[in-house]
Design a protein around this ligand. Structure first.
Ligand code: HEM
Length: 218
């Protein structure tokens, strides 16, 4: 979702991409195929759930959340490690989060509900978890649409403000997950803890302190 910084952009998107940046980019594209690879593997090994629609819904939802958290993790990881070479990865991680979330919703709308508008309206309005998921996706859509260099230049400062909403999308996605699991299932709380940790590391005073500590270690 977040596009790379100007410094990263010239090296990654332009013709003069350095080799490590190109490899890192390729790694993200390959990583984006992992959920599909696991699906193919589980199909081959007969490990899919008998409720295939639910199985695929859960897989795409989880992939969307993981990629969203990975996109949000780039800045804190750069703050801690100083590896600015990672900055450009944010954009594709965010885009893959959106792609999996869109796939997740498409399965829900097209396969699960057969495009039945009345049933869909009922499902979304009557189930708070679906509403939270929809809100997360509604935030992710403009972030994905404005993730290009051209949009970043056009929106200038507003671009940064807009892309901070990725945290709101993360929060809503985690709330969506917490709401849909049975009470006592702790899986979504791990994702919530990661999100809180990333957010804390992003706070300017914490970020400054971590950067200062890192520079002192060098
Ligand atoms: C309109 C938008 C959305 C709808 C209608 C929706 C609907 C659903 C449904 C029906 C399930 C399966 C519930 C079950 O059978 O247990 C689910 C699971 C899930 N969704 Fe969504 N979702 C939406 C958006 C999102 C978004 C944007 C994300 C993440 C960025 C997301 C992440 C997840 C996760 C992590 C799970 C649970 C996966 C698991 O249990 O392994 N969803 N969603």
């Amino acid at each position: 979702m977040n596009a790379p910084s100007t410094a990263g952009r010239s090296a990654v998107a332009g013709p003069r991409r350095s080799t490590p940046k190109r490899w890192l980019g390729a790694l993200v594209h390959l990583g984006a195929l992992i959920p599909l690879g696991l699906f193919a593997l589980d199909t081959a090994l007969g490990r899919l759930s008998p409720d295939l629609i639910r199985d695929v819904t859960l897989r795409t939802g989880l992939a969307a959340l993981v990629f969203l958290l990975l996109a949000l993790a780039v800045t804190p990881v750069v703050t801690v490690t100083g590896l600015a070479v990672l900055n450009p990865l944010r954009r594709w991680l965010g885009i893959y989060a959106f792609v999996y979330a869109a796939l997740h919703l498409s399965i829900f709308v097209a396969i699960d509900y057969g495009f039945n508008a009345a049933l869909l309206a009922d499902a979304v309005l009557m189930r708070p978890y679906a509403l939270a998921g929809l809100a997360a996706l509604a935030i992710m859509l403009p972030l994905a649409a404005t993730s290009t260099d051209a949009m970043q230049r056009r929106l200038r400062r507003n671009w940064k403000r807009l892309h901070r909403a990725a945290y709101a999308a993360g929060l809503l996605a985690v709330v969506h997950y917490i709401w849909l699991v049975k009470v006592g299932v702790i899986d979504p709380w791990w994702y919530a803890a990661v999100l809180v940790g990333l957010f804390v590391l992003r706070l300017p005073p914490v970020r400054r302190r971590v950067s200062a500590l890192r520079k002192r270690q060098l």
